[in-house]
Design a protein around this ligand. Structure first.
Ligand code: HEC
Length: 99
């Protein structure tokens, strides 16, 4: 029993996040995170799991109602983790860089 349990733990740590969970988190972001600012401010971040967790706590502290916290965290880590390439810069119509 114990080796099987260890294997399960190890595989959940090694394999990518559950796609259904990630989709649930994406829907939660759409529902919960667009009320005060656009989603781009979220999508340009590259944070690790602990940092995303703190970010959610910070937004909840400012009044955000989060119902699917676990799924939201999985989605943020899977999509905007610090192992992902940097987000493309926004550009104005004349090609100059915007911050
Ligand atoms: C109640 C309003 C509100 C909601 C809803 C909200 N945010 Fe924010 N968020 C803010 C404010 C205000 C800022 C700007 C803070 C600043 O200037 O530092 C911000 C900034 C951010 C930033 C930029 C980094 C930072 O901390 O300033 C991220 C990432 C972020 N929010 C993520 C989220 C996520 C994820 C959700 C959904 C769970 C969410 N926000 C929902 C108010 C909100």
């Amino acid at each position: 029993m114990r080796p099987l349990f260890c294997l399960l733990l190890l595989s959940s740590a090694l394999f990518a996040a559950d796609p259904a969970m990630v989709e649930k988190g994406r829907a939660e972001e759409k529902r919960a995170c667009g009320g005060c600012h656009g989603l781009r401010i979220i999508h340009i971040q590259r944070l690790n799991r602990g940092q995303w967790d703190r970010e959610i706590t910070k937004m909840v502290g400012w009044g955000t109602v989060v119902k699917e916290r676990e799924a939201l965290l999985e989605y943020l880590v899977a999509s905007y983790g610090d192992d992902k390439p940097a987000a493309p810069l926004a550009r104005s119509a004349d090609g100059s860089k915007k911050p």
